[in-house]
Design a protein around this ligand. Structure first.
Ligand SMILES: [Zn+2]
Length: 211
């Protein structure tokens, strides 16, 4: 599981979802503890030994680095949702544009709802690194696998970090498309029935992950 965290963190960086050492990745391990990326280590040079294992109360169990300062955001998701095995916090450009404007990203693309659950909601503004941000994220992730952190960035969840990264990429791409569509006069909503059917698939997959 540590290798998946490392690979996903490097992929998140390669895909341009974060800049510098910002953003963070975590996974729930088979024993229930959580492997998180460290604070202030560049992704290019990050190795397995840099990762930190914490319990659900943020006590460090293994590792010589400091866990990410945004660990509470991750741990709140694991405490709240048994089905979640991977959490990613990123700062993608287009998603963060919506986060700054404090506007939800609409589920305007076919199959978006299958992966994300619906429109991507915006959390009320709370300061980064605080327990309140974790609580606010959990409130918004009950019905969705992605949420925008007001004036900050994005959080995505999945059964594994790989799937949480996929959700982040789908949301970021859709944010870019919706922004462009608005320059062309605005996106058309999908038929209600279409998104309702996709929502059924989402709910099934969230409770019965395939991986
Ligand atoms: Zn952040």
């Amino acid at each position: 599981m540590k290798q998946v965290v490392l690979d996903t963190a490097k992929e998140m960086y390669r895909k341009g979802l974060v800049e510098g050492t910002s953003g963070n990745v975590s996974a729930r391990m088979p024993d229930g503890n959580v492997c998180v990326t460290p604070s202030s280590v560049p992704y290019e040079t990050m190795v397995l030994d840099d990762l930190v294992v914490v319990d659900l109360d943020a006590n460090v169990l293994d590792g010589h680095r400091m866990p990410t300062s945004e660990k509470d955001l991750h741990l709140a998701c694991y405490r709240a949702f048994d089905e979640v095995g991977g959490v990613i916090h990123s700062h993608p450009v287009h998603g963060s544009m919506f986060a700054c404007a404090r506007q939800p990203i609409p589920a305007a693309i076919e199959e978006f709802v299958v992966f994300v659950g619906g429109d991507v909601p915006v959390c009320d503004y709370t300061l980064t690194g605080t327990a309140d941000l974790g609580k606010e994220a959990v409130r918004n992730l009950e019905q969705s696998s992605a949420a925008l952190l007001a004036s900050h960035g994005m959080i995505t969840i999945g059964p594994t970090p790989t799937e949480a990264l996929h959700v982040a990429l789908v949301v970021e791409r859709t944010a870019q498309i919706v922004h462009g569509a608005r320059l062309l006069g605005g996106e058309h909503p999908l038929p209600e029935k279409t998104n309702k059917n996709f929502r059924g698939v989402y709910e099934y997959l969230r409770k019965n992950p395939m991986s």
